[in-house]
Design a binder for this molecule. Structure first.
Ligand code: TXA
Ligand code: MG
Length: 346
């Protein structure tokens, strides 16, 4: 299969997106941009399309897909019930990086929901995906558009590299603004439980209800509520160790590897730390220290970088887990296989 790349900026995009909508309706697959990461879209109401998505990604089919809707009205057609809290969150945060897990209507096939009786609903921001959903006339099931186990794609080129030849088309909407996936929550019992920290910070939700984090995602041994959280995602080819905590001690710990010659080290660090590493060090700078927006934006690109520039060991500089830092550290925790070293101030 030849995968066509279509620019969201093309003058004839309005016409092209109608064709892509028809591709979705016919059971085809289209990669699409969102504010978080690129998605791999198929008709959410079509069991065969869901099976094709799993096959294209090489993803286990017990891992449910997020369903993308154009607005809250379309969400109502898929949810068996919505509470006042859920409706309020949709009003205040949609379109945006918040996904709600709610009881599903029978119209959502078991293949889409991974056999669960709930469905994850998300209303993404990018105008190209909004246009695609409207052109398709159906909600669009869309996991991140990477091969299973690879970092999530934050550019159309990332999608082409992983899924070129396996899907019908990719809409190039430029780099993703946020760079980490959406925050997934459940509002069951009138509390908010975060199943996956993401682009919408926990702090933004605290004004609405008490917020807990699913304990199943904190260690590798739990049973997370979002089935996908049990997999070791985003694993770069080389082992990764992440240092975080006290800034001066973290920097000193990382710099000590700059002098070591026992193996080839790669550094995923702030600009400040990078400036003090030897000139010949292999470095990917994620931004200025404390700039979590930049770090989220460049996180997956950085993990890809060390696949393209092979090293024996990656040394990462983390951040604190406030704001979007919670999502960043969650991804780094998984990417490192829980090799996080916290440097305490003394
Ligand atoms: O930002 C995002 O959410 C991106 C873009 C493309 O929208 N999508 C994304 O999808 O990250 P994916 O498939 O890579 O991750 C979806 C996560 C998985 O961990 C899955 O287990 C969980 O959502 N999930 C989906 N439906 C669920 C449900 N009904 N109950 C619990 N977890 C669910
Ligand atoms: Mg994913």
């Amino acid at each position: 299969m030849k995968t066509v790349m279509i620019s969201a900026d093309a003058e004839d995009f309005e016409e092209k997106v109608q064709e892509l909508g028809a591709v979705i309706r016919r059971g085809g697959l289209v990669g699409f941009p969102t504010e978080t990461v690129y998605g791999l879209g198929g008709n959410a109401l079509d069991a065969e399309a869901a099976k094709k998505i799993y096959a294209a990604k090489g993803r286990p089919s017990d891992n449910p897909l997020i369903v993308h809707v154009a607005d809250a009205a379309q969400a109502e057609t898929l949810a068996a019930e919505l509470s006042p809290l859920e409706r309020q969150l949709m009003r205040d945060f949609w379109p945006g990086p918040l996904t709600l897990v709610v009881p599903k209507k029978p119209v959502v096939p078991a293949e889409t929901s991974g056999g669960l009786d709930t469905v994850a609903l998300r209303c993404p921001v990018h105008p190209a995906v909004q246009a695609l959903i409207r052109a398709a006339g159906v909600p669009i099931a869309g996991p991140s558009a990477n091969l299973s186990g690879q970092p999530s794609p934050t550019s159309a080129e990332d999608v082409m590299r992983d899924l070129g030849g396996r899907i019908d088309a990719i809409i190039d909407g430029g780099p993703c603004r946020i760079g980490v996936e959406s925050t997934i929550i459940s509002c069951a019992g009138g509390r908010i439980t975060i199943y996956r920290p993401g682009g919408l910070p926990k702090e933004a939700l605290e004004a609405y209800a008490p917020v807990d984090i699913d304990p199943g995602i904190r260690s590798g041994s739990g049973h997370p509520k979002a089935p996908g959280m049990k997999y070791r995602h985003y694993a770069p080819s080389a082992p990764l160790t992440v240092y975080t905590g006290d800034a001066a001690k973290t920097e000193a710990a990382i710099l000590s590897f700059g002098e070591k010659k026992d193996k080839t080290y790669g550094f995923f660090v702030s600009a400040e730390t990078a400036a003090r590493l030897p000139a010949d060090a292999i470095v990917f700078v994620w931004g200025r220290r404390g700039d979590q927006q930049s770090m989220a934006h460049r996180l997956f690109e950085g993990l890809h970088y060390f696949n393209a520039h092979p090293v024996d060991q990656i040394i990462g500089e983390g951040t604190d887990d406030t704001g979007i830092g919670l999502a960043i550290m969650n991804r780094l925790t998984k990417a490192s296989g829980y090799h996080i070293i916290v440097e305490n101030a003394k």
